[in-house]
Design a protein. Sequence first.
Lengths: 386, 415
Amino acid sequence: MNLTNGFAFTCPFKTNSGNKALEHLPVELAGLNAFKPLIITSRELAGPKAIGTLINAFGDSGMTIGVFDDVTETADLNVVEQIREIFLKGQYDVIIALGGGIIVDVAKILNLAVSLKVADARQLSPATAIRDPLGPFVVIPTAAATGMETSKYAVLSGKIFTSVHLMPGLVVLDPRLTRAKDGKTVAEAGFAAFGRTLEAYIAPDKNPFMDAYAFTALRFIRENLASAVNKRCNKKESLAVANAVAMSGCVISNTDQNMLHRLGQVFQNTVHVHPGIIIGMCLHPFLDDCMKKDSSRIASLLLPLAGDDKYAAMPEAGRAGDALRDLCEFSYEIYRSLKGKIPRTITEAGIQQYLMKDIFDIINQEPDGAYLRTVIDRVGGSSIKA
Amino acid sequence: MILPDYYEFCCRVKIVAGHDALEKIPALLAEMGSKKPLIITDKGVAAAGLVDIVVNALKEGVTIGGVADNVPPDSDLKVVNQLAGLYRDNACDAIIAVGGGSVMDTAKGVNIVVSENATDLMAFSGAGALNRRLKTLVAVPTTAGTGSEVTLVAVIKDHEKHLKMAFTSYFLLPSVSILDSRMTMTMPPFITAMTGMDALSHAVEGYYCLQKNPLSDAHSLAAVNMIHQYLPSVTKNPADKDGRLAMAVSACLAGISFSNSMVGIVHNLGHATGSVCGVPHGICMAILLPYGLEYNMHKRGETIAELLLPMAGEEVYRKTPKAERAEKVVSLIRQMNQDLNEITGGRHARYFSEVKDRDGKQMVPREILPEIAKAALLDGATIYNPEDQDYEENLLVLEAAWEGKPLDRNKIKKG
């Protein structure tokens, strides 16, 4: 790792992971001088069972808990404004987001609104200056995560807010909540986290702090994702994937190498396809190109993917090829066990022609747009003429 | 990779590293809304010219609210209160701590007083007493070892009342840590060696102690890799800028690891040896580290073996049979001590019997070992050690570490 050029790294969140992690919440909140949490969630997206489990965890703590459980996929700044009024009226002092994706995006912007004390949340925009740390904010991801919950990004109505202060101060991963209803959900979150951390891990400018998160996330996903997809009853493996997904939010917030992430984001914002699906399908063309450019970076992947013994046993010249083979086996196993529930190409994803035009318009505006287009073409994008 | 049934991990400190990282401080302070920092340091650091380098780097956009260089080697409540007064009198809004462990402790103490407007620091001791953000604290470590730029603990002594106050809170974590190669360039070889071994002891103990978790592990592995690669070469070539930066980064990684997974017998016996005989902490760590590994080998053999690949690389790993990998790690650490001993012309002690003070007097007479073994029973670091310790076992380890003989592992009571 070359440190000569210098670097900066930050991960503001604490991770509490494992059995009864939720039951530690009252103590954690008291440590932040917070005693009246408002839970932001969705009956539809997170489910009533998860909400019940979280509320029960407060037991006899004596804390008054508010719940807003009506976040929908189409939530916008109007919803944030609605919750802001509830937050102020109820004199809540901490925000807890329960769930993934849009739920956490709404909670992040709510935290921004109440911390900056804006008169109306609808005034907020990506141009809003966020200089100081915001109020206490906890994220409790469920299996239905996108991997961006712990990141410095929040996306609402296609607008991308970016600040390290949007990241949570505490992430709670509890095995009762990280088990998925179906294998597809786990695979989507897993692929999203895998692609993002993989790209950062093989980046030439990586630093050892970010690398520690990326390495751990890659190994956890490689070792656990297939089992978590196949045997959803296995709490431990789902929890390991959820840990990796949470770590990926830190990784993506500390790297500029985010091509796969940006591709995922474009499709998510435009056609509401989970970014993990796009990242999963683009992984192979992306790796092929990296292999042609600098195979030593691909070779370095063998250590987190295959483990110490296999890495050490393989002579240097064979490592890149082995890493690619391992990656193919890994993704093949997941696609096969999902029996077509996750599309492997743009065509299979059934994205309409007119929408592909919108997607290409956005991609063309990126500095590396021409290259991104070649990646999309190779996963079936070319068969849909925009 | 093992996922524990439950774990917690936290390091909120922003890390900024590089050969010119100090020059980033003005922009970082501005980002945090601070304009007038008080610089806290000690006379040694100032005399080495390091404060001048920091002050020079702050030229643009920052008004320095004062430079206080009177931090004693042992933190002192009186100094904390005096510096808090200076901070207030000069209307400062941030602290820049430039130095080692005592400077960091003092700066954290001052930060409590000025942020909480405290008159009695004691009211904030213990865990959980702080529950809101403190003022901006920028940590600039000048040794690559303690990791206190990323730890959440401060120890302040009240010398009048003979009290040692421990403060533990995530709010004590510095806002930013600046790892700049210039801050360690002038460190003499024997101090480079012992502080580097201190960092290695954090990385290694962090890897086998009871609160270890996947993230602390990853930080340990990275630190072990870099320390093994760079410590002997930097000790040999103090002007190696890249090596200095690598050591500063690895000490920080190791600090993050141990402050999350905690430390065990090496620190336990090391603290006791330090307090009974006044042996510098880094020397104690260097001497005791191989013994800590041997003491815990029967419980943590596989874990210790995992350190071989990052430490020695794939060829050594491949050639060492699986059953011998943990012992190979121990022998590599002994070899590091041997190499450092040679590089420093014998100043880096390998065994307690070799530790001498400035006048050449032996600092750890053999007959004092029972007193150290007893003192260690009162130190909290035993809680996180995988194997239990009692007086006889402490003495067993200390005797071996005094003579420089491998530990007779058959004599350990296996719990």
